[in-house]
Design a protein around this ligand. Structure first.
Ligand SMILES: NC(=O)c1ccc[n+]([C@@H]2O[C@H](COP(=O)([O-])OP(=O)(O)OC[C@H]3O[C@@H](n4cnc5c(N)ncnc54)[C@H](O)[C@@H]3O)[C@@H](O)[C@H]2O)c1
Ligand SMILES: [Zn+2]
Length: 351
């Protein structure tokens, strides 16, 4: 693995991504001290505050903890208001640094607070879930859900730095680890076939290297297309189907697991369209199964899933943008996918 620091080119320059065990205890406090921040708000949730938040806050100059309830259902404007109130009560001003300590829910929401509190304050991402380390903490998209749908209010706000303390994965629930793994498999499928091969041969070890490789894929894609006009859509492989599963199940399906099934649907559609061979579709499906992720769904009607897909905000002018594969590592954007080709794919994936 390359020894030089990993950086992401953002809107206002490059920011470093530090991926190592113990980053919360050493690299993050060192960064805060070096930058001379006098007041630091650590925003986290009620699960992570006792695990990591309290210790981190105690070691930061002028540190104070902002704690909100845990769960996607709290990723909303009410919780944002609660964050602003706690920031004000803690004496935050325009020079206060926000640390977003948690999974993607906290990263997105604390990042949105940082983009908007007093018209914007500096922030760093301290992702603690595998998904947040490889995906949500990178690329500058922040926001909250509205009652009408996920991530409907947001902004682009780059962090000053990302500190992924890989030792936090020791307390991460297994299902959350698998969900992060789904996004790592996605990274392999869109741009790093050897990463996928490594996962199949050795499992997700060494974790720092696996995370770094997945971050590199996201880096390449977002640096080419920061504002999501083109190739950034590759990151949506499996997501058009996956979001439909999440939505049609009333969010009983977890995101990463839904994306796993979605990637199988995407590769089967790719084979049906003869973009890739049937052997590629089989290989992808086997890989996802071997890595412990689901490849089938039950209890949901393919027609209802198709309808749910129409609500995806990534659809433009009524046209779906599906990400399909010409091969492992070769994604293509396809925008003329029809109902009559999607329904049989979904029928084939129903248990
Ligand atoms: N901004 C982006 O580009 C982007 C990309 C992908 C996903 N997202 C967003 O990310 C969110 C999903 O993120 P997520 O999967 O991390 O979910 P999450 O933030 O809800 O975290 C999952 C669960 O794991 C817990 N947890 C996290 N780290 C832990 C640890 N080290 N030990 C114990 N428990 C821990 C959390 O408290 C939570 O209960 C969604 O809201 C999604 O929209 C954003
Ligand atoms: Zn995703």
């Amino acid at each position: 693995m390359a020894a030089e620091p990993l950086t992401i080119q953002g809107a206002a320059g490059a920011y470093p991504v530090v991926i190592k065990p113990g980053a919360l205890a050493d690299a993050l406090p060192a960064f805060v001290a070096e930058r001379g921040f006098a007041r630091v708000a650590v925003i986290t949730n009620t699960t992570l505050a006792p695990l990591y938040g309290e210790a981190l806050t105690a070691g930061l100059p002028g540190g104070f903890l902002v704690t909100v309830p845990d769960g996607e259902q709290y990723k909303n404007l009410d919780t944002l208001q609660n964050m602003y109130a706690q920031l004000l009560a803690g004496g935050a001003d325009r020079s206060t640094l926000i640390v977003a300590l948690g999974g993607g829910v906290i990263g997105d929401m604390a990042g949105f607070a940082a983009a908007t509190f007093m018209r914007g304050v500096p922030f760093v991402q301290a992702p603690t879930s595998l998904l947040a380390m490889v995906d949500s903490s990178i690329g500058g998209k922040v926001g909250v859900d509205l009652s009408q749908g996920k991530n409907l209010a947001g902004a682009f706000k780059d962090p000053l730095a990302v500190f992924a303390d890989t030792s936090t994965s020791n307390t991460l629930p297994d299902v959350e680890f698998r969900c992060g793994l789904a996004e790592i498999i996605k990274a392999g499928l869109i741009a790093d076939p050897p990463l996928l091969a490594h996962l199949l041969e050795h499992g997700p070890q060494p974790i720092e290297e696996i995370i770094t490789r997945a971050v590199m894929v996201k880096k390449q894609v977002v640096e080419q297309d920061r504002l999501e006009k083109g190739v950034r859509a590759y990151l949506n492989l499996g997501h058009t189907f996956g979001h439909a599963l999440e939505q049609a199940s009333g969010y009983a399906w977890k995101h990463g697991e839904a994306v796993a099934v979605g990637m199988v649907a995407a590769v089967r559609l790719s084979a049906r369209r003869e973009l890739c061979g049937p052997d590629t579709a089989t290989a992808v499906e086997c890989a996802i199964t071997d890595l412990g992720l689901p490849v089938r769904f039950s209890d949901l009607d393919p027609a209802a899933l198709w309808d749910a897909m129409q609500h995806d905000k990534k659809w433009q002018n009524g046209l779906a943008r599906f990400i399909l594969l010409e091969d492992i590592g070769q994604p293509v954007i396809v925008s003329d996918v029809r109902r009559d080709e999607v329904i049989p794919i979904l029928e084939g994936l129903r248990k």
